[in-house]
Design a protein around this ligand. Structure first.
Ligand SMILES: C[S@@+](CC[C@H](N)C(=O)[O-])C[C@H]1O[C@@H](n2cnc3c(N)ncnc32)[C@H](O)[C@@H]1O
Length: 218
């Protein structure tokens, strides 16, 4: 296993402990882009493509007119890809202020906020809602619990959509699918479609889930 792969794997051992995650990412932030590039991390590019598909096929709006939220934006890799796809106004938040500080330097983001913990029932950090949210690499082992889907949903407008990646190992080791079904039953979100086993990182694929806010219109 390469040194980059070891660093990525070590982040999966943090058991969703926010203090440990914050410290880990503070220390990793400066090297994060190089490490994930070494492991052919394609999640941000894939999620930006799916976001564009959602904009065209479901929202029916030009990308440049949609304000997007990048939840768990890290160093801004998805923001860069979203910009390249024509999204013009992107906000981002992350648990790690150090990761956000690097995201800021990409100039891809309009507003950024650090210290936002998706494992806690805090008030949303931005007081607007979004027609489109992307969340890449965050539903990963040791990071965010499946219930965080409901916290993300609070940022969605009534007609909004969100795209979430789940590494295959996360799907195998958590109750994400059951929690997702329960959240659908409760009427918070509905599953629009999913891309199973799509490109994510050299080591393994991910599913990309597209959710709409509320119950499915009948
Ligand atoms: C693998 S990185 C992905 C970053 C970016 N989205 C990307 O694709 O490069 C995971 C990110 O999730 C953030 N994170 C971990 N736990 C979190 C939590 N409880 N709430 C919000 N963000 C969290 C980390 O700080 C880190 O930036």
């Amino acid at each position: 296993m390469s040194a980059s792969d070891n660093t990525i794997h070590a982040s999966h051992e943090l058991a969703g402990d926010s203090e440990k995650l914050e410290k880990y990412y503070a220390d990793w932030a400066a090297k994060y882009d190089d490490d994930v590039r070494n492991e052919e991390y394609g999640g941000p590019r894939a999620i930006a493509s799916i976001a564009l598909m959602v904009a065209d096929s479901f929202l029916g709006k030009p990308a440049k007119s949609i304000r997007v939220l990048d939840a768990g934006c890290g160093t801004g890799l998805a923001g860069i890809e979203l910009k390249m796809k024509g999204f013009d106004v992107i906000d981002g938040f992350d648990l790690s202020q150090e990761m956000c500080d690097i995201a800021e330097k990409t100039e891809a983001y309009a507003e950024l906020a650090g210290n936002v913990d998706l494992n806690r029932d805090d008030k949303p950090v931005f007081n607007r809602t979004y027609d489109l949210i992307v969340c890449c690499g965050v539903f990963t082992l040791g990071h965010v619990e499946p219930e965080a889907l409901t916290r993300l949903a609070e940022y969605l407008s009534d007609d909004g959509y969100m795209v979430v990646s789940t590494r295959n190992s996360y799907l195998e080791d958590t109750d994400y699918e059951d929690v997702g079904k329960l959240i659908e039953k409760q009427g918070t979100l509905h599953l629009v479609t999913k891309l199973p086993d799509a490109r994510y990182i050299a080591e393994e694929d991910a599913h990309y889930w597209v959710y709409g806010k509320g119950r499915k219109a009948s």
